[in-house]
Design a protein around this ligand. Structure first.
Ligand code: DAH
Length: 348
């Protein structure tokens, strides 16, 4: 058999094997078998030595031809097999989008936060700004600036946790009144603010007392502010919070930082005033303390009490939430029991 025939046969054989190869590693084995250093083509070429000098270039170029064709064939088949492998992999990895997804629980605001934000919205709508004050407060702001000097008996009702002799956990949000008045620029308009936040007292915790609870303070200072401004404002608050049919009533009371002072009741939203267990058969629910800002309090912030006057109020969101939702124990708010909290799940 001539070398030409041998080469042709080899080419034929190789093509056949390549055509039948279905795996990449088989294909690679074929490459080595024919084109490798000790491969069949090399083997044949070794026989060139015995050829006639005139024959060598002819056989040589034919050998190159065979090598090139095989190389191309191998390359193309390799690409095809790789593509096939990739397709198989993609089908195997196909994502089944019909499977139900993992449900990631989303948070929601605490019921007290919800009530506070509702109140903030209401007062922002009436032109108030929302101001925050520190929970660790100076005795001077918490008491003295609220017209409760060091030996004042009304301090007894608001005993608290002391950090030092002069620093304490604030017992109410009222000190934010003084802080806001200190910096307010009356040339820019009246002062209208509310201040929501946490307050602390040395209370023995029970169903209606907690050593930590919440308050929202309100303060308006301008020329000619009177009791009727206070009453009108609180009426709007009561109707928005507890229903349009609600009425309010003011009873005389005492707070060192207001004069006169009042306790404000809202007609019972459960029985409408007839008397029930919510209002303890009185038809009225006590909801907040308020009054006309004491001149001493204005003067201590450098505000002329002969020119300016104001009203203030303080309410407890905890109590409002308890009334609104019929919650019988304030401690529920602070025990972080999801069975309780999830009843007030409101998405925002
Ligand atoms: N600070 C009072 C308290 O904690 C609540 C209060 C009453 C605030 C009357 C006021 C007010 O601004 O005018 O008991």
């Amino acid at each position: 058999m001539s070398m030409q025939e041998e080469l042709k046969g080899l080419e034929q054989q190789a093509f056949e094997s390549i055509k039948n190869a279905t795996e990449l590693n088989v294909l690679d084995a074929i490459r080595i078998e024919y084109l490798g250093k000790k491969g069949k083509l090399t083997q044949v070429l070794k026989g060139m030595r015995n050829l006639d000098a005139s024959q060598r270039p002819i056989v040589g170029s034919l050998a190159n031809d065979v090598r090139d064709k095989l190389t191309v064939q191998l390359e193309e088949t390799k690409e095809k097999l790789e593509m096939k492998k990739m397709k198989e992999k993609i089908t195997q990895e196909k994502i089944d989008i019909t499977l139900p997804g993992k449900n990631i629980p989303r948070g929601y605001a605490h019921v007290i936060t919800q009530i506070m934000e509702e109140l903030e919205d209401l007062f922002i709508g009436m032109g108030y700004q929302v101001v925050e004050g520190p929970e660790v407060e100076a005795d001077s702001y918490n008491f003295e600036r609220m017209n409760l000097p060091k030996d004042h008996p009304a301090r007894d009702m608001q005993d608290t946790f002391y950090i030092t002799e002069e620093t304490l956990m604030r017992t109410h949000t009222s000190p934010v009144q003084a802080r806001t008045m200190d910096t307010h620029d009356f040339s820019k308009g009246p002062l209208k603010m509310i201040s929501p936040g946490k307050v602390y007292r040395r209370d023995n915790d029970d169903a209606t007392h907690s050593h930590q609870f919440h308050q929202i303070e309100g303060l308006v200072v301008d020329k000619n502010i009177s009791m009727s401004d206070l009453k009108g404002t609180l009426e709007i608050f009561a109707k928005k919070m507890f229903g349009e049919e609600r009425e309010i009533r003011l009873r005389p009371s005492y707070f060192p930082f207001t004069e006169p002072s009042v306790e404000v009741d809202v007609s019972c939203f459960r029985c409408g005033g007839k008397g029930c267990s919510v209002c303890k058969q009185t038809g009225w629910i006590e909801i907040l303390g308020a009054g006309i800002v004491h001149p001493n309090v204005l003067e201590m912030s450098g505000i002329d009490s002969t020119e300016y006057s104001g009203f203030a109020f303080g309410m407890g969101p905890d109590r409002i939430a308890m009334l609104k939702y019929g919650i019988d124990d304030i401690r529920h708010f602070y025990q972080n029991d999801l069975r309780f909290l999830e009843q007030f799940k409101v998405r925002r």
